[in-house]
Design a protein around this ligand. Structure first.
Ligand SMILES: [Zn+2]
Length: 322
C-alpha cells in the first residue's frame, strides 16, 4: 500500500454531490477502494481497514452501493459532515502508527470528536489518555505531573490558548473529570487581569472560553486564594500553633517575611503548590516540621474541594464515567 503524494491525481472529476471541484487529500492510497469526502477534500482509503477500526464505518459500508452511482477512480464516494482537517488527522492516524511523541491539540481534538462519532476506540482512548495525563484527577497523579504540557504539543497555539482549548474540548466531549486540573492550572498561570488580557489577545476565536467558563475561572481564582489562606498557608498566620514548640526567636519574623513576599502586592493562586525549600530559611526544625505537616494537609483539603471551586460536581461523581 503506498501513500505517495507524487502519484496523486492532479485533477479530480466533478461529482454530482458537490458544486466545488474536490481536491485530493492525505491520505490518498493508490490501492484504496473507497473515497471519503469532507467539505471539498477527498481521501482515498481502504474500506476493510476503516471497517475494522470503526463499527460506524463498517455499518455505513455494509449497505449496497446504488447501481447508477458516480465512481471516482473506480471508487464509490461517501460524503461525511466532518471538517476536512479532523478527517485528515483521524485517517492518517489509522494508517500510520501513533507513537508517544507529543501530538498537536488539533489532532487530539480530531481523535476525540471523530473517535466518538465513528466509535474508533483506539483513537478516542489515545486522546483521552493524553488529556488525563496532563490534567489528572487524583492528588497523587497531580503531584507526579510536571505542571507543563508533556504529551500535547502546544507550540503552535501557545500555553494559555491551549489551556482554554482543552477546557472547551472537555465541555464539548463531556470529559469533565479533566476540568478541575485544567481550570486550576489556568488560575495559577493567570490572575484576573492577566486572564482577561489573555482572552482579549486570542488569535483563534475557537480557543475563547464561553462567558460561563470565563466566570468560572475568575470566581474559582478568588475562591481558592481565599481558601488557601485558611488551609495550605494557615501556618503563615497562626503563631499560636508554634508558640509551644518553637526553639528560637526568629521564626515569627521568618514567617512574616514569607507572608509579605507571597501576599503583597497581590497574592497568587497556589493552594496546591508543594512545600518550597526557601520557606525553610530562618525557621527552626520544629517549626519547619509543623509547617510542612499543616501545608501538606492544607493542599489535600484544596484538592478534595477543587471541582467545587469551579462549580463542578465532586471528584466521586466526576470520575464515575472515567
Ligand atoms: Zn521555630
Amino acid at each position: 500500500m503506498s501513500d505517495s503524494a507524487e502519484q496523486r491525481p492532479a485533477k479530480r472529476p466533478r461529482t454530482n454531490a458537490s458544486n466545488a471541484v474536490p481536491s485530493p487529500g492525505d491520505p490518498w492510497l493508490d490501492d484504496g477502494n473507497i473515497i471519503l469526502q469532507a467539505e471539498s477534500t477527498q481521501f482515498r482509503v481502504v474500506r476493510s481497514i476503516l471497517s475494522a477500526s470503526s463499527s460506524v464505518f463498517g455499518d455505513m459500508f455494509s449497505f449496497p452501493q446504488p447501481e447508477n452511482e458516480n465512481l471516482v477512480y473506480g471508487c464509490p464516494v461517501v460524503h461525511v459532515s466532518d471538517t476536512a482537517e479532523d478527517l485528515h488527522h483521524v485517517l492518517k492516524a489509522l494508517y500510520c502508527f501513533v507513537d508517544n511523541e507529543p501530538l498537536p491539540l488539533v489532532v487530539i481534538a480530531a481523535f476525540l470528536r471523530l473517535g466518538r462519532k465513528y466509535n474508533i476506540q483506539q483513537l478516542y482512548s489515545e486522546a483521552l489518555k493524553r488529556l488525563e495525563f496532563e490534567f489528572p484527577s487524583t492528588f497523587e497523579e497531580y503531584d507526579r505531573s510536571s505542571g507543563s504540557f508533556t504529551l500535547i504539543d502546544v507550540q503552535d497555539v501557545g500555553h494559555d490558548a491551549s489551556l482554554f482549548a482543552v477546557i472547551n474540548l472537555a465541555r464539548e466531549n463531556d470529559i469533565l473529570h479533566i476540568l478541575p486540573a485544567a481550570f486550576y492550572i489556568a488560575c495559577t498561570c493567570l490572575n484576573g487581569k492577566e486572564f482577561i488580557e489573555a482572552m482579549e489577545s486570542l488569535e483563534a476565536p475557537t480557543h475563547e472560553l464561553s462567558v460561563f467558563d470565563q466566570r468560572v475561572v475568575i470566581k474559582g481564582w478568588h475562591s481558592i486564594v481565599e481558601k488557601q489562606a485558611k488551609t495550605t498557608f494557615r501556618w503563615l498566620v497562626r503563631e499560636d500553633i508554634f508558640a509551644p514548640i518553637c526553639t528560637t526567636d526568629d521564626c515569627t519574623n521568618g514567617r512574616k517575611d514569607i507572608l509579605i513576599f507571597m501576599w503583597f502586592p497581590k497574592p497568587d493562586c497556589m493552594g496546591l503548590t508543594p512545600w518550597l525549600s526557601w520557606w525553610n530559611a530562618n525557621c527552626c526544625n520544629a517549626c519547619i516540621r509543623k509547617s510542612k505537616g499543616l501545608h501538606d494537609s492544607g493542599r489535600r483539603k484544596i484538592w478534595e474541594e477543587l471541582p467545587l471551586f469551579f462549580g463542578l460536581p465532586g471528584w466521586e461523581e466526576l470520575t464515575k464515567k472515567k
